[in-house]
Design a protein around this ligand. Structure first.
Ligand SMILES: Cc1cc2nc3c(=O)[nH]c(=O)nc-3n(C[C@H](O)[C@H](O)[C@H](O)COP(=O)(O)OP(=O)(O)OC[C@H]3O[C@@H](n4cnc5c(N)ncnc54)[C@H](O)[C@@H]3O)c2cc1C
Length: 527
């Protein structure tokens, strides 16, 4: 019987949509099945309260590959990036503050308030990151070569990679430290002022259940400076109308190339016979035959829920069970009647203190202590807060005169000891609000409504196992040719015709689109 679709994609997360657009552009007949009532997965805009267009999960973009924006003409499909200047504001308890951003001279002067030496060192640090990024960047839109393969193509790719590493010269050692080491040691080596270090260090723990003194956090820091906006490295943007616009633009592109996208279409089962995929069954019992299926879900969802276990080797299943999905990120989305009036830089009209990311973590030890609590499955008594106010730059996301705040906070455990999840998360959110009010006394009374998403909620709402925002931790043992599992970094699985295309694969989490793009290329190679 002739098949209606060449490829069935499970999940309209942004990676699934990128894969759909790429395959559609190559004239393949594509069907995307999404269990939610909208596309986007963790890259969505939801109208939580009338007139408030909330990026409920991902809230800023930088990593989305420029090649993808160009190839699928996302701007024509409605994508508008709003770069932020300055890009960060860190108020301190003593009333001082640090503003940083793309304006190098302004940033130099700001850093010099705390240390002249650091102001001189910062451009050299950034240049070093730039050189390492130039080494890593070409690997993003490629399938990692397998070190266990004897194929001449893969050996050649490995050799090329080795050669490029050698060309890094002394920066090679820096690259290795970034890939494996703790962010704190890296920052201590470069800088002396606590204020600069702590501002940079928050990027090293985003989405990670780790403190900056733990190995592997330097890579998380680096991952977050690898992107760009309008060609400027390390700059994060808002998206006009909210992050969902990225997914909607991708969906529009995919549809234009002929892809069919169905929402409210949950896949219940991936059908397998004799080691080959046969199609999928939806929750309503509809069977859709297909010889090629790509899953945008993480491996735990794909293999432990959707595939019959008898279809997989036991050692593979055991490796899937061992994937690190730990997470301690809790997101609070807040509707506000006015902007926070910071003691350190007063004002309720949108100013430099409101446009970028607001870091609330006064010292490196503060972050370490916040982490110490979660080690024992306790919510941090003094959480680390990364807050953004997209409405200060993009008035379309809130009703006139009102504002939106996104608070990405750490650390809140997946399993809470000693009280109900609901009580613990509301008490933790109250603590975050108290802390924010210490810096901006009008904050509490300006709150109109809030949504609190603990790791368990993130798991349920977005299908991200353990609440891990990256579909699996971004540690060296789960990166590059080890992502998602050793021997399976080429987007294929032990089941013929079944592929992976979500953030669980190389190059990992964040709204990057690279996973879906690379997976589509491998599918096209096999087709
Ligand atoms: C709270 C939070 C904040 C974040 N902040 C940022 C940020 O600011 N910037 C950034 O770049 N990244 C951020 N991230 C990370 C980023 O959002 C994710 O890594 C990325 O969106 C993952 O995209 P994906 O397409 O690979 O997977 P997902 O978005 O997880 O998509 C998978 C899709 O599969 C669907 N699905 C699951 N099961 C089924 C089924 N059985 N049948 C059909 N469909 C199914 C899901 O509903 C979902 O739509 C954040 C994530 C979270 C959770």
């Amino acid at each position: 019987m002739a098949l209606r679709y060449d490829v069935i994609i499970i999940g309209a997360g942004h990676n699934g949509l990128v894969a759909a657009a790429r395959l559609g552009r190559a004239r393949r007949r594509v069907l995307v099945l999404e269990r939610c009532d909208r596309v986007g997965g963790a890259c969505v805009t939801e109208e939580l309260w009338p007139g408030f267009k909330v990026s409920t999960a991902a809230y800023v973009t930088s990593l989305l590959r420029p090649e993808i924006i160009r190839e699928f003409e996302l701007e024509r499909h409605g994508l508008e990036l709003l770069a932020r200047n300055p890009s960060s504001f860190t108020p301190f308890p003593d009333g001082r503050y640090l503003l940083m951003g793309p304006d190098r001279e302004a940033t130099r002067q700001e850093v010099a308030k705390f240390s002249r030496r650091d102001a001189e060192a910062l451009p050299r640090y950034e240049a070093m990151l730039e050189r390492v990024a130039e080494f890593v960047e070409p690997t993003l839109l490629m399938t990692p070569p397998s070190p266990w393969s004897r194929s001449p193509r893969q050996l050649l790719q490995l050799a090329r990679l080795g050669l490029r590493f050698i060309k890094l010269g002394p920066d090679g050692a820096r690259a290795l430290e970034i890939l494996t080491g703790p962010a704190r040691r890296l920052l201590d080596r470069w800088f002396e002022s606590e204020q600069l270090k702590v501002t940079l260090a928050t990027d090293s723990i985003i989405g990670a259940k780790a403190s900056p003194s733990m190995p592997g956090t330097a890579y998380v820091l680096f991952h977050h400076v690898m992107g760009e906006a309008h060609g400027v490295r390390g700059i994060w943007s808002y998206v006009r109308g909210g992050m969902g616009r990225i997914s909607e633009a991708l969906a529009a592109a995919a549809r234009e190339y002929g892809a069919e996208i169905r929402v409210n279409a949950e896949v219940r089962k991936i059908l397998v016979k004799d080691g080959r995929v046969q199609g999928v069954v939806l929750a309503d019992g509809t069977e859709i035959p297909g010889a090629v299926v790509a899953s945008g879900c993480d491996l735990s969802v794909t293999f432990l829920r959707l595939v019959d276990r008898t279809a997989l080797p036991e050692d593979f299943l055991e490796s899937v069970r061992q994937i690190d999905y730990s997470s301690a990120s809790l997101k609070i989305n807040v509707a506000l009647s006015e902007l926070p009036n910071f003691r350190a830089l007063p004002g309720v009209e949108a100013g430099p203190q409101h446009r970028g990311t607001i870091h609330i973590a006064p010292t490196m030890d503060y972050i370490e202590q916040a982490y110490d609590d979660v080690k024992h499955d306790l919510p941090s008594r003094n959480p680390v807060i990364e807050a953004t106010l997209p409405s200060a730059v993009d008035p379309t996301v809130a009703p006139e005169g009102l504002h939106l705040m996104s608070m990405f906070t750490q650390y809140f455990p997946y399993h809470v000891q000693g009280s109900s999840l609901e009580d613990a998360k509301e008490a933790y959110a109250d603590r975050c609000f108290d802390i924010m009010s210490e810096y901006a006394p009008n904050f509490r009374r300006s709150v109109i409504a809030r949504q609190v998403l603990a790791p368990k909620d993130i798991e349920e709402r977005y299908g991200l196992t353990g609440g891990n925002i990256f579909q699996g931790a971004m540690t060296l043992d789960q990166l590059f040719f080890l992502r998602p599992l050793p021997g399976y970094a080429d987007y294929r699985t032990p089941i013929k015709g079944l592929y992976l295309c979500g953030a669980a694969t190389h190059p990992g989490g964040g709204v990057m689109g690279a996973c879906g793009y690379n997976a589509a290329n491998e599918i096209l190679r096999d087709l």
